[in-house]
Design a protein around this ligand. Structure first.
Ligand SMILES: [Fe+2]
Length: 456
């Protein structure tokens, strides 16, 4: 495509033989736009009268648009017949009519023209008032999101960079092996202190799922006081249990990028360790937080599904929805509590990697509220000190069901399905795709019925 940034931005105009390029002022503007001010209506009429003949949208032609602070930036590619004679000036008039600020205006001879050399291809980038765009039947704005696991190579926007050995301009790809790190004696001593202290609390404060996996990690993944486990070994362990894999991150990622990776069961993990002068506290995630807080829970099947559900909900969501999902992530995956055998236990990584907050969270001091995605998503959170409020899930199955119900209410013009065989996201936007999904489910159900018959 000739549309710069098309992979990054916005909604692309629908293609098809019956549609015209949605250039402002062409036939794509409805003449009966309700509520349009008089001047605007007359502008539309003028524009339609003057609109040059446009070719139907072809491959590589279309429109990309983004909205910000009342202004819309449009990127258009289209072809005009006989444009050399009169179309060029009339096209410019259309943009003038709509008071468009032109950023870029470029033409070239149409490559696939059947007629004459007078046909021109146009590439225009311009900025117009949002109200004009709202008059046009444009598809809703959808932020770019990764569709394949390799697209995660583009999800590395850092809020802050801490990892000295990783360059975020050239991030490590999933196709590269996870680098092994030689930790110093001092760093290993810090790990030992953290490991010992937290391990003394786990039996009474951590949830059952955490304790079960922690035992396995000690047995087969090098979890011990005297050495810091390598991400490569831990990632292999997780992949065998829940399909999750680790990817080294160079620091604190943007919420959109971080959540997107969860949709593919990829967890972005730091590798450096906190400073030895304060072993019980790290202002940012470090390998103690990742290895002791996150990893054991990611090896639990139900928790893995819950984590992926937040990730899937984030794909294509607006910035406002991302903010709410980030709050949900915060109060569950980072600071979540759950009921277990009549008492409350911790499953959040921020708690399980912080001795002080783990003790505090399960004391009578903070408030404990039931996990309800609608309320949790808009609850303010504290990232400088302990939380005044923690949300308690009934169990992971219940929390996942509630989260999925919440995610269905996020407005998107499509539904998504994660294909675990190809590790890719499928957009269910045609009846055939839905039908294919249904027949796959039918096969699975047959298999389950057969299994039940065998058991009974
Ligand atoms: Fe974390």
């Amino acid at each position: 495509t000739r549309v710069p940034g098309a992979g990054r931005a916005a909604g692309v105009a629908a293609s098809g033989q019956d549609r015209r390029v949605s250039a402002p002022g062409t036939a794509a503007i409805p003449t009966d736009a309700a509520g349009a001010p008089g001047r605007r209506t007359s502008l539309q009429e003028d524009a339609q009268k003057d609109a040059p003949a446009t070719e139907p949208l072809g491959k590589g032609e279309g429109l990309v648009w983004e909205e910000e602070e009342g202004r819309a930036t449009l990127i258009l590619t289209f072809t005009l017949r006989n444009a050399r004679k009169a179309g060029l000036s009339k096209t410019a008039e259309v943009f003038e009519t709509f008071e468009a600020g032109i950023h870029h205006f470029e033409t070239r001879q149409a490559k696939k023209s059947k007629n004459t050399t007078d046909d021109l291809e146009f590439f225009v980038k311009c900025e117009v008032d949002n109200s004009y765009v709202n008059l046009v039947n444009l598809p809703p704005f959808v932020p770019w999101f990764p569709k394949k696991i390799r697209d995660l190579d583009k999800c590395h926007h850092l809020i802050a960079k801490y990892e000295p050995d990783l360059d975020h301009d050239h991030p490590v790809s999933l196709r590269d092996p996870l680098p092994r790190v030689e930790y110093t004696v001092q760093e290993t001593a810090t790990w030992r202190e953290v490991y010992r202290k937290l391990n003394s609390l786990y039996p009474t404060h951590a949830c059952k799922q955490y304790l079960d996996v922690f035992q396995q990690l000690e047995k087969c993944c090098g979890y011990q006081e005297d050495s810091i486990p390598q991400l490569q070994d831990v990632s292999r362990f997780l992949k065998e249990r829940t399909g999750f894999q680790l990817r080294p991150a160079a620091g604190l990622l943007s919420p959109r990028d971080f959540l997107a990776s969860l949709a593919f069961r990829v967890f972005q993990s730091t590798q450096y360790i906190r400073h030895s002068s304060s072993p019980m506290h790290s202002p940012e995630p470090d390998c103690c937080h990742e290895l002791l807080g996150h990893v054991p829970m990611l090896a639990d099947k139900e928790f893995a599904q819950f984590s992926q559900a937040i990730g899937l909900a984030s794909l294509g969501s607006s910035d406002v929805e991302i903010e709410k999902l980030a709050a949900l992530y915060w109060f569950t995956i980072e600071f979540g509590l759950c009921k277990q055998n009549g008492s409350i236990k911790a499953y959040g990584a921020g708690l399980l990697s912080s001795y002080g907050e783990l003790v505090y969270a399960l004391s009578n001091t903070p408030e404990h509220k039931p996990f309800d995605p609608e309320l949790t998503a808009v609850h303010p959170y504290q990232d400088q000190t302990f939380q005044p409020v923690y949300f308690v899930a009934e169990n992971f199955e219940d929390a996942t069901a509630k989260l999925q119900k919440y995610a269905l209410k996020i407005k998107k013009p499509f539904s998504l399905h994660y294909d675990p065989f190809t590790c890719s996201i499928e957009i269910l936007n045609t009846p055939q795709k839905v039908k294919n999904m249904l027949s796959q489910m039918k096969e699975e159900l047959k298999n389950l019925c057969f299994a039940l018959e065998n058991i009974s």
